[in-house]
Write a protein that binds this ligand. Structure first.
Ligand code: PMP
Length: 400
């Protein structure tokens, strides 16, 4: 009976890492998955994480089950980090927070909540977006459609298109927004645009649904990167916010994140939380403890918190340096007069090069540069030493 099961296609992002592993060329470069590497292109465990793990070992903590909603100390600090500890939504206990299986698992919980309580609603997602968003809503049986976001002509934000599509959507739709460092484009709305987006969402009775996977990683400042979410919260709007600690604390495989639902009263928040727990219980029962303890310890201790911020600035700074060097190399080597300034304007881990599928394939097949077929490259996987090589590959792929 299992003979009839067809082979599933490889994942468009994680499949790139598999192909990279199989390549024996010394030139190979993995710019597919968004994972931070050192200048030597090695994975990086934050010093503050190692320190806290030692502390945890010394304390001899047990491995009893967590409650369904996760570690209380984690849930407290994660909501405070997102909204700011003094935010009225926190003080008035209007936020339902549950620990999730990183960003993906948190999004999946929210999708299940939408499916159960808003069966008529659809989710609007940006075109393009992180590839897994569509999988998540498909598997949760939540209908979705796209709003315009990226303008290939300017390699910038199609703000008019975005506004028009959000306006045209049925009232009460969920609007998925990337809190900062939009993946894959690296293009974010500016503050005045965020205000206009919030105006429109309120006008249309839509529900903003933020995906925050890069807090602290876009600008190097945790507060600045949460500004979009806080702007919406300050308007007293109900909203969803999924969080991830994969990138900013380098906890990729610990699967630590959270789902936050901002409600209009403490009572509603308590009820929403009870329903999120009901969804989580049959899915995975309760979340893992290790990453939650790391986050709770780092954020809960002022000295460790400052160490984390310094390391985050270091990581964000290294990415900015390679971004600059890549831009300089492209300008120096390319004789076609093409304007490469979009590379400097984009923020976060990624750069959206504008390379089409055939050109992206040329990057991989001829130059051993592994990247997603939408033209996205992860600058977090690039070193200063490899910028010139990458510039050669990009110029060759564009012009051939
Ligand atoms: N959302 C976006 C936009 C992302 O880029 C990512 C990570 N690539 C995630 C969510 C979730 O990642 P994780 O499940 O590892 O937290």
């Amino acid at each position: 009976r299992f003979d009839g099961i067809a082979m599933a296609p490889p994942d468009p992002i994680l499949g790139v890492s598999e192909a990279f592993k199989a390549d024996t060329s010394e030139l190979k470069l993995n710019l597919g998955v968004g994972a931070y590497r050192t200048e030597e292109l090695q994975p990086y465990v934050l010093n503050v994480v190692k320190k806290v793990e030692n502390l945890m070992l010394e304390r001899g903590e047990n491995k009893e089950y967590l409650p369904i909603e996760g570690l209380a100390a984690f849930n407290k600090v994660t909501a405070e980090l997102l909204f700011g500890a003094d935010n009225p939504v926190i003080k008035e206990q209007k936020v339902a927070t549950v620990q999730g299986l990183s960003g993906t698992g948190s999004l999946r919980l929210a999708a299940a909540l939408i499916e159960r309580y808003f069966p008529e609603a659809k989710v609007l997602i940006s075109s393009p977006t992180w590839g897994n968003h569509k999988n998540i809503f498909n598997d949760a049986r939540v209908p979705w459609s796209e709003y315009r976001y990226y303008d290939p002509k300017t390699v910038g934000l199609d703000f008019e298109g975005m506004i028009a599509d959000i306006k045209a959507a049925p009232e009460g739709s969920f609007v998925l927004l990337h809190g900062c460092a939009h993946n894959p484009t690296g293009i974010d709305p500016i503050p005045e645009q965020w205000e206009k987006i919030a105006d429109l969402i309120q006008e249309k009775n839509h529900i903003p649904f933020f995906d925050v996977a890069y807090q602290g990683f876009a600008s190097g400042s945790l507060d600045a990167d949460a500004a979009s979410v806080r702007l919406f919260a300050a308007r007293g709007m109900e909203l969803f916010v999924a969080q991830s600690y994969s990138k900013n604390l380098g906890l990729y495989s610990e699967r630590i994140g959270a789902m936050n639902v901002v409600c209009t009263s403490a009572g509603a928040a308590a009820r929403v939380k009870s329903q999120l727990k009901r969804i989580a219980r049959p899915m995975y029962s309760n979340p893992p403890i290790h990453g939650a303890r790391i986050v709770a310890n780092v954020v809960g201790d002022p000295a460790l918190f400052n160490e984390w911020k310094a390391e985050m600035e270091m990581m964000a700074g290294r990415i900015k340096n390679v971004r600059q060097k890549l831009y300089d190399s492209l300008c120096a080597k390319d004789k076609s007069g093409k304007d490469w300034s979009f590379i400097l304007e984009q923020i976060g881990m990624f750069s959206f090069t504008g390379l089409n599928q055939t050109q992206s394939e040329n990057m991989t097949n001829k130059w051993h540069v592994y990247m997603t077929k939408d033209g996205r490259i992860s600058l977090a996987g690039l070193s200063l030493a490899k910028c010139e090589y990458l510039a050669d590959a990009i110029i060759d792929s564009f012009h051939n």
